[in-house]
Ligand binder design. Sequence first.
Ligand SMILES: CC(C)(COP(=O)(O)OP(=O)(O)OC[C@H]1O[C@@H](n2cnc3c(N)ncnc32)[C@H](O)[C@@H]1OP(=O)(O)O)[C@@H](O)C(=O)NCCC(=O)NCCS
Length: 187
Amino acid sequence: MEELFELENGEKIIIRHVKRSDVNGIWKNFNEVVEEGIYLPVLFPVTSQFEKQSWYDNLKKANEICIVADNLDLKYPSNIVGQCEITNVEWDAAIHVGHLGIIINKKYRDMGIGYNLIGAAIRESKKLNNKDKLILSCFSTNERALNLYKKIGFKVIGVRKKQFYIESEYHDEVLMELFISDYILED
Ligand SMILES: CC(C)(COP(=O)(O)OP(=O)(O)OC[C@H]1O[C@@H](n2cnc3c(N)ncnc32)[C@H](O)[C@@H]1OP(=O)(O)O)[C@@H](O)C(=O)NCCC(=O)NCCS
């Protein structure tokens, strides 16, 4: 799978499956979003090369999906400007359920990359790892993400109040889900 997506400013983005050589770009992107401190319930960046490589090995071993947005106009490792993962949930009896996570680099938000990345990840997940249902969670203050998830078709199924505590502030966690058959209507 490889899709070309051209931004309004003319930059070309390839949407494709992650490769081992993307690992440093993936974690650079992740660590930058962690440093923003308002979107993810993660307090520390990942710096260990072992941890970065193990993430890739485990993803492949578990047949999980990671779709990246590769900006052809940027040099490695800054070329990875977005990533969307659909990973397994922990329970044996929930093998049909995937957990969706997505981050887009600060400079590339609100350009439609997130929408396209999630769409590609859902289609690939249906094809390659046979998920029927996707779940995710999001801070209640993250209006952009909530807006995008609703536009894709995710429904809010509950809120965990004060689930996270970051820099002296509590955050409520919104729980959402989507049945893939409601997204891929031709199935
Ligand atoms: C949330 C995120 C994944 C969305 O990806 P993106 O590429 O920026 O999203 P898109 O451009 O495809 O779509 C964003 C939509 O939200 C809208 N939006 C932007 N800011 C908004 C706001 N404050 N309130 C409501 N809607 C907003 C945009 O107008 C757009 O909607 P439209 O297409 O109907 O006009 C990305 O911004 C991101 O990574 N943010 C930081 C990390 C993060 O929050 N990750 C998710 C954690 S749950």
